[in-house]
Ligand binder design. Structure first.
Ligand code: GLA
Length: 718
């Protein structure tokens, strides 16, 4: 990340206080009289001259001795610490005591590096801090070095501990989910004790997502209140722990999941943690999301600060499943192009002996029965139709029924002599092995070199099981938790470097691998296999708390929907999908002429608003969470020249009208003309009015009935 976008850290040598002042945020820490690096302040921006000092740790009782509960930035487990440590380790000689004290610092551009050490034990930890000048989001990570004369084993290593000001009225929002039901927003009070969010699955997972938001007071909401929020940039097993101690001090500690962790470091070796990003706003959780979105667009996504617009894509999966072939795909491509689709993606089934999910994974050679002349004729045809070409891959997996597994049964995660559990009839290749990593890179590199491909949908369809690495000594095997994910990142990085025109989507049976780590190496993500447009309202809403609409793909598929059997109109499906990167996943051969006509119109409309939807500021106006009857979102372009409003009624009740929607983020003095993509306004609604009018009076939409939707565009009048 370019240092010029980071605020310059400052150090006050007399008070021994470090300050990061960025955006509307100040983050301060200091070295106290005991040499501990302690959090002093994290919140709204302070004046430069404001006094900030680190206080010595008090002794409360014999059960809470000095330092046991102090707000350390990165505590080692040792001495009398009783709070959750950021780092816990074991020396081969039996010592497990680690007391980290401040040593020195270095400021290099926007990077603040603070060295903590346990001089006697010979362990050095360098904490890295940077603060994004625009959003005030702080990134933290740790570099842990074994400077002792003996091997150590790290039992747990966090990227950071974030400390909040002591209070007894915090509540936590977080995201939970499952396959076809990702991104449920949860809220619970933060109370004495701990809440643990985690994945033990080897990858990010969808049970919890590594994001949190903690608000203060009883009435924090979209628009109001203090909110601290953050996300961990890691796609392997992870943990975020929210602890409230007996003093009401709240800490969020996150990094590698300590469960089954054990990372050996020989003398001189080191371990880098992932980066944990976190921010603060005084303007509610809506603003917290907008800050995250802006940070992701400008600082995380590979094409930042202005990521490319998502093209309208077609994907074959729901139409043809494994029955892909040259003739059938070409037919779909012709139909898709005629609708205005810009990218055609062939999903699963094009390779090896892949006629179902029982065989073929691992054999990334074109199936000549389905594509007798290879992929070239189809790719040429797709290009000839004016679309880019994309292909589905699942490079980290292998079916036992594959040439790859028959040749290399030792390449999968396994414990010697133990059963190898299957998930979707497949196993996980051990990417931590250098030979496996080299193979996966080479296969994909060749695929991209030999075929004129612009896009990969990179899938990952199961959890780890039996995560052994028998080729390594027993005490080195647990390195798999780190090495696998780092090697995955390395493959993605090198593929992008070598094939700069290729875009990549992160998919994991839906949204089970979405995090800031994978986002730095991919262009878009697949939030869920659930494409029902009503379920999607909640899924997309939950997603938007943490992640930018710029990355969120949403397809219009067939009705009734395959997941839940619900029927919905094409209008409802289009409007729901237009809230993200629009795709079509329906069987176009089944569409009538009037379906095609409607689709052409929606796609053309979408192209006029997608920059606003994907890269504008998102306001969640009505929440669909908890199966609520309504949902509404508004996106406003950065220059406030356009706003796009989507409104949905899942279920009509009594004679009740749809709530008045008051817009946000417009220029109050400018005039905006509104235009419906679909639906209509209540009688008497003006076509043109000031930003102030639309934001204060708002707009009433005439919606009646079940599964009804409206889309409205507001364009500033010159
Ligand atoms: C996963 C993906 C789907 C599709 C199938 C193909 O379930 O999430 O979109 O690609 O795999 O097997």
């Amino acid at each position: 990340m370019a240092a010029s976008h980071d605020a310059k850290p400052r150090f006050d040598a007399t008070q021994k206080v470090f300050r990061l002042d960025a955006g509307k945020v100040t983050y301060a820490m200091g070295v106290n009289a005991d040499g501990m690096l302690q959090n002093i302040y994290w919140g709204a921006r302070l004046e430069d001259a404001d006094p900030l000092v680190a206080l010595p740790a008090p002794e409360r009782s014999s059960f809470d001795p000095k330092g046991a509960l102090s707000l350390q930035e990165y505590a080692g487990w040792g001495g009398s610490l009783t709070a959750t440590p950021a780092l816990k380790l074991r020396f081969d000689d039996g010592n497990r005591d680690l007391v980290l004290r401040y040593d020195s610092y270095r400021i290099d551009g926007g990077d603040l590096a603070i060295l903590l050490r346990d001089a006697q034990a010979g362990v050095k930890v360098t904490l890295h801090y940077s603060a994004d000048a625009s959003t005030g989001i702080v990134g933290r990570s740790a570099h842990i070095e074994n400077g002792s004369g003996q091997p150590i084993t790290i039992d747990s290593a966090a990227a950071a501990t974030w400390s909040l000001p002591p209070a007894n009225d915090y509540s936590l929002r977080y995201l939970t989910g499952t396959w076809a039901g990702e991104w449920h927003l949860q809220t619970r009070p933060v109370a004495p004790g701990a809440t643990v969010l985690e994945s033990r699955r080897g990858s990010t997972g969808d049970e919890n997502n590594p994001w949190f938001a903690i608000g203060r007071g009883s009435d924090w909401n979209e628009d109001h209140g203090d909110v601290w929020f953050g996300a961990l940039a890691w796609s392997g097993s992870w943990q975020l722990r929210v602890d409230e101690d007996i003093l009401g001090q709240v800490r969020v500690t996150g990094g590698f999941n300590p469960f089954d962790f054990g990372y050996r470091l020989k003398p001189g070796e080191s371990l880098d943690t992932p980066v944990f990003y976190a921010g603060y706003t005084g303007d509610g959780v809506g603003e917290a999301s907008r800050l995250m979105h802006r940070f992701e667009r400008t600082r995380v996504l590979p094409e930042g600060p202005t990521p490319k617009i998502r093209p309208v894509l077609y994907n074959s999966w729901e139409a043809t499943e494994f029955k892909v072939d040259e003739v059938g795909q070409e037919r779909l491509a012709v139909k898709a192009a005629a609708l205005g689709v810009e990218r055609f993606v062939v999903d699963d089934g094009w390779f090896g002996a892949r006629d179902s999910d029982h065989a073929g994974l691992g054999d990334w050679v074109v199936n000549r029965r389905k594509f007798p002349n290879g992929l070239k004729p189809l790719i040429d045809r797709v290009h000839g139709l004016g679309m880019s070409f994309g292909l589905w891959v699942e490079p980290e997996m292998v079916n036992p029924d594959s040439d790859l597994y028959r040749a290399h049964p030792d390449w999968v995660l396994n414990f010697t002599g133990r059963d190898r559990s299957l998930g979707r009839n497949q196993m996980v290749l051990n990417l931590a092995r250098e030979d496996v990593k080299a193979h996966v890179f080479e296969v994909l590199d060749r695929l991209l070199a030999e075929n004129d491909i612009q896009f990969l949908k990179w899938d990952y369809n199961r959890n780890w099981s039996e995560p052994g690495w028998p080729q390594m000594a027993p005490d080195e095997q647990q390195k798999v938790y780190v090495a696998y994910t780092r090697n995955l990142y390395d493959i993605l990085r090198r593929l992008r470097e070598k094939h700069p025109g290729v875009e990549i989507e992160s998919c994991s049976g839906g949204g089970a691998r979405v995090d800031l780590g994978i986002m730095a190496l991919t262009d878009e993500v697949w939030p869920s296999d659930n494409t029902d447009p009503s379920d999607r309202l909640s899924i997309q809403d939950g997603f938007s708390y943490a992640y930018a609409p710029a990355t969120m793909m949403a397809w219009v598929t067939g009705s009734p929907n395959w997941v839940n059997g619900r029927s919905s109109s094409l209008d409802f499906r289009f409007l729901s999908s237009m809230q993200g990167g629009l795709g079509i996943g329906a069987n176009l051969l089944e569409w009538t002429a009037s379906d095609e006509e409607a689709a052409r119109r929606y796609i053309a409309e979408y192209k006029t608003i997608r920059a606003t939807v994907q890269q504008g500021e998102l306001y969640r106006l009505l929440s669909p969470q908890g199966r609520a009857p309504w949902s509404a979102t508004e996106s406003v372009s950065a220059d406030r020249a356009q706003a796009v409003l989507f409104a949905f009624q899942r279920q009509g009740e009594e004679a009740r009208a749809f709530p008045t929607l008051r817009l946000r983020g417009l220029d109050p003095k400018a005039r905006y003309r509104m235009r419906f993509i679909h639906g209509k306004a209540a009688p008497g609604t003006p076509d043109t009015a000031s930003g102030a009018y639309w934001m204060q009076r708002g707009i009433d939409i005439a919606i009646k009935g079940d599964l009804q939707a409206a889309g409205v565009v507001f364009d500033r009048v010159r």
